[in-house]
Design a protein around this ligand. Structure first.
Ligand code: LLP
Length: 424
């Protein structure tokens, strides 16, 4: 459920007409609903409720905007970070270090040092080689690093290949069969405090079965590790629960169903559970608001050319992702069209042969479910300004990232001396 609703024939975000934001800020623009993200954080927390003190570490990569992080931090969420940049963003948004988990297959010495100095809940290690590097960095700094290994359970996640992470051939985690040896080695390293196990098998999962299979393996591993003398107090079950993008398809499992499965599978583990949800919290809390530039005839269907493009929202081009496209002020009629952006690539196509609200040049449309992996993955390709972001809170709204305009992009480049001389 979200707070983008029609009121008086026009789409609003909470109590603010989207047309008001488009007129004031220009398009394209991302618009986020505070109430939607807060609700999702609360629903997830309630679904896990009987568990003792779970840590919900929001996956910052889904939407790292400072105002989004501050909203979720105020709800008590921690952060799952995968770079020094995300770590610094989480801290500067007021998220306490003891609620931060550091994931990622390529942490550098600098990133390790940053998090060791600033503090964190746990590093999720992805290899013995990484454990050795972290131990050396911690020892040099006179600190100890709290760690768990991310294990690769070799389960098929059943999602898009580019966002599956838990199969043996993926780059992620320590192979399940090598886990005991990895823990034995980590326990010998002077700079590490081994405390946890972690798993994350992919994103936008629409069935609980692969998650349950992975969690069951984690449960077995916890038992084996304890038998081998390790003290395991944490199990990080990652993120990955899918959300509805297309209302014509069956809905993914609800947070309540997910929570019930986790409680059943993890009962008796006697650990603190950690979760790393990203999309589930912010996915449908955002829309990309764009204006129709023109409607151009096409051989099968007309092309609706909008002022947002693949650089603003790359999920359709990258993953063939489906986003609902709707008029902000619908006329009540429908047409079958192709929706495309202005970028010079055929891949800059949001939808082909889509039946949607009839729209005219100059009118506003939205791409729904654009709160996660949307602005976060945007670029300035084709020298297009970086799209701004707006956060709505009831009848208030604020620009929470301004448009990074072309003057700033040009200013960031430099022309070397020898070219300046040649030009003179
Ligand atoms: N934890 C780890 C270690 C992850 O790698 C991810 C996502 C998450 C948590 C959060 O997963 P979520 O709950 O959001 O599914 N750009 C792609 C999604 C990439 C996900 C990468 N890792 C997309 O637009 O679909």
């Amino acid at each position: 459920m979200d707070y983008f609703t029609h009121q008086g024939g026009a789409l609003h975000c909470e109590d603010v007409p989207l047309s008001e934001i488009a007129d004031a800020v220009g398009t394209p623009v991302y618009v986020y609903s505070s109430a939607t993200m807060v609700r999702h954080a609360q629903v997830l927390r309630q679904s896990l409720e009987p568990l003792a003190d779970p840590l919900i570490a929001y996956a910052v990569k889904a939407n790292p905007n400072a105002a989004v992080l501050a909203t979720l931090g105020a709800e008590g969420l921690g952060a799952d970070v995968v770079s020094g940049g995300e770590y610094r963003r989480a801290l500067s948004a007021g998220i306490a270090p003891e609620k931060i988990v550091f994931s990622g297959v390529g942490k550098t010495e600098e990133e390790m040092a940053l998090a060791l100095e600033g503090g964190l809940f746990q590093f999720n290690l992805e290899s013995v080689e990484e454990a050795e590097m972290l131990s050396a960095v911690a020892t040099r700094l006179g600190r100890r690093a709290p760690v768990g290994f991310r294990v690769n359970p070799d389960v098929v996640a059943g999602t898009h290949a580019k966002i599956s992470t838990g199969s043996a051939e993926n780059k992620f985690g320590v192979p399940f069969a090598d886990a005991l040896a990895a823990y034995r080695r980590a326990a010998e390293l002077p700079g590490l405090d081994v405390q946890g196990v972690a798993v994350h098998i992919g994103s936008q999962l629409t069935s609980l079965d692969p998650l349950e299979a992975a969690f069951t393996k984690v449960g077995m591993l916890i038992g084996n590790l304890r038998d081998a003398g390790h003290v395991i107090t944490v199990a990080d079950l990652g993120g990955g629960l899918g959300i509805p993008y297309n209302s014509d398809l069956p809905s993914p499992p609800s947070p309540e169903e997910y929570g019930a499965m986790v409680r059943r599978v993890a009962s008796g583990w006697n650990v603190r559970l950690v979760f790393e949800p990203g999309r589930l919290i912010v996915g449908n809390a955002g829309v990309l608001l764009t204006r129709v530039i023109r409607v151009k005839p096409g051989s099968t269907h007309p092309f609706v050319v909008v002022d947002a493009a693949m650089n603003d929202l790359m999920r359709p081009a990258l993953y063939d992702a489906w986003h609902s496209i709707e008029a902000v002020a619908p006329h009540g009629s429908k047409a079958t069209v192709n929706v495309v952006g202005p970028v010079c690539e055929t891949g800059d196509t949001f939808a082909m042969g889509r039946e949607m609200d009839t729209v005219q040049p100059g009118e506003l449309v939205i791409f729904r479910t654009a709160g996660a992996y949307a602005a976060a993955m945007s670029s300035t390709y084709n020298s297009r300004p970086l799209t701004p972001e707006v956060l709505v809170h009831g009848s208030d709204w604020a620009v929470v990232r301004k448009r990074i305009d072309i003057d700033r992009l040009i200013a960031a480049d430099a022309v070397p001396e020898w070219l300046v001389a040649a030009r003179a």
